[in-house]
Design a protein around this ligand. Structure first.
Ligand code: FES
Length: 84
């Protein structure tokens, strides 16, 4: 989430600043990368369940801790989140 905001990625609003409250940092993780992520906690699971375009590889980007193993991770920002 922080990297996306620093690079002005459309659709990553992050209203709560990373508190896992708003759901406006929802991303869809490429299936190849999803198994490499730490598991989501119940709060995150509850939020992504109701996020626009939620799918089995949905995550809150603010909860993803970047590591060297995740270098190159591919995610998609749901189109409904992008303000036009
Ligand atoms: S920034 Fe609010 S849930 Fe991620």
């Amino acid at each position: 989430m922080e990297a996306a905001r620093e690079h002005s990625v459309d659709g990553i609003v992050a209203d709560c600043g990373g508190g896992a409250i708003c759901g406006t940092c929802h991303v869809i993780v490429h299936p190849q990368w999803f198994p490499k992520l730490e598991a989501a906690n119940n709060t995150e699971l509850a939020l992504v369940e109701f996020a626009p375009e939620s799918c089995p590889t949905s995550r809150l980007s603010c909860q993803l801790v970047m590591t060297a193993e995740l270098d190159g991770i591919e995610v998609t920002v749901p189109s409904e989140q992008i303000p036009y």
